[in-house]
Write a protein that binds this ligand. Structure first.
Ligand code: ZN
Length: 294
C-alpha cells in the first residue's frame, strides 16, 4: 500500500483532521540512517508529525520539529512541507534500551521526560515563528498534544505509531492529528472522544492494515467528514554537493588546508539524510585560493 496523507474537515468545519500512512517514508529514513528500533520509532513518529503538520502550511513554507530531551537518543529533528516532502534525523541512532513492562519500545525513556519541543514555521522568506513547550512524556504524540494546547491554544488529539519488525525493519507507520476549531460544542467533543477511544491504540490500528481513508471514516464517520485533498508524503532531503560545499567552506582556508594535507580531501555528511559527499584535494585548494584572494 502506498503512503497517503489526507486532509479533511468534519462537523461543518469545526473539526480538522489530518491522517497519514507513512510506512515507506519512515522505512526510507530507517535505512538511510541505519537506526536501531527505539531510534526508528522515535524518529518515525517525529517524521510522521512533520508530514502531518507540513500539510497545514502554504506552498513554499516549512515546519521544523526539534525534540530536545534528556534521554540517550539526543536531539530529534524533522522537517516537513506542504508538498509532503519530509526529512529528519536523530542524534544517536544506535542506542539500545530494555522494553517497557508492556513489552513496547521505550521511546519515552529514549527521548527523555525532561526537555523541550520546539516547532518552527518558516513562512517563505518573510517570517519565522517558533513555539516551545515542555516535554510531557517523551512519547512525542503526547508532547505534541501538549504543545498544540499550550503554545497554539488549539485542543488536539495526536496519535503517532511506528511498528518495528523483529529484524529491525519498519513494518507500519502512520498517525493522525484531530483539532477542534472555534465553534466546536461539548456534544461534538464528547462524540469525538468516543471515536478516538473506539479506534484504540494507533499501533494496533496500523497493524490491521487499514487505509488513511478508513482511518478517517472510523474516527469521523458520524461527523460528516469531507476530504480537502490527499497526496503521497515521501522522505526527500534536497541536499546536494553545492550546499554541502558551502558548509565546508565555512570552516575557512586554514582548516581546509589542514584537511587537504592530512586527509587528502574532505568528506561531508548531510545530517538529514546521511548522504556522503567527497571533495578532492584539488577542490579544497581552489576554494582556499579563492578565499585568500578575496
Ligand atoms: Zn541530505
Amino acid at each position: 500500500m502506498r503512503d497517503e496523507l489526507i486532509r479533511a474537515t468534519a462537523d461543518q468545519g469545526r473539526i480538522r483532521f489530518i491522517g497519514a500512512r507513512t510506512t515507506h517514508l519512515v522505512s526510507t529514513a530507517q535505512q538511510k540512517h541505519q537506526t536501531w528500533p527505539v531510534a526508528s520509532a522515535a524518529l518515525g513518529r517525529t517524521l510522521t508529525a512533520a508530514a502531518l503538520m507540513g500539510s497545514m502550511l502554504k506552498a513554499e513554507d516549512r515546519v521544523t520539529l526539534r525534540i530536545l530531551g534528556d534521554g540517550p537518543l539526543g536531539a530529534i529533528v524533522a522537517q516537513g512541507d506542504a508538498k509532503g516532502q519530509v526529512r529528519g534525523y536523530v542524534q544517536n541512532p544506535t542506542i539500545e534500551l530494555p522494553p517497557t513492562p508492556e513489552g513496547k519500545l521505550d521511546v519515552g525513556r529514549g527521548v527523555g521526560k525532561e526537555g523541550h519541543l520546539h516547532v518552527t514555521r518558516d513562512l517563505g522568506l518573510k517570517d519565522t515563528f517558533t513555539g516551545t513547550s515542555a516535554l510531557v512524556s517523551g512519547e512525542i504524540a503526547e508532547d505534541l498534544t501538549h504543545y498544540f494546547f499550550t503554545s497554539e491554544q488549539t485542543p488536539s488529539a495526536v496519535a503517532l505509531g511506528v511498528l518495528i519488525d523483529v529484524d529491525g525493519s519498519v513494518l507500519k507507520a502512520g498517525g493522525y492529528i484531530l483539532q477542534l476549531m472555534p465553534g466546536a460544542d461539548d456534544e461534538t467533543i464528547d462524540l469525538l472522544e468516543q471515536c478516538i477511544a473506539r479506534l484504540g491504540p494507533i499501533s494496533k490500528y496500523l497493524a490491521a492494515g487499514k487505509s488513511t481513508k478508513e482511518m478517517m471514516e472510523d474516527l469521523l464517520g458520524e461527523l460528516d467528514p469531507k476530504v480537502l485533498n490527499s497526496y503521497e508524503p515521501e522522505f526527500y532531503c534536497g541536499c546536494d554537493r553545492e550546499r554541502l560545499s558551502t558548509l565546508l567552506k565555512s570552516f575557512g582556508p586554514d582548516e581546509l588546508a589542514d584537511m587537504r594535507r592530512e586527509q587528502g580531501g574532505a568528506e561531508a555528511i548531510c545530517h538529514f539524510c546521511s548522504e556522503k559527499y567527497q571533495f578532492s584535494a584539488d577542490e579544497l585548494l581552489a576554494w582556499e585560493q579563492e578565499m585568500r584572494e578575496t
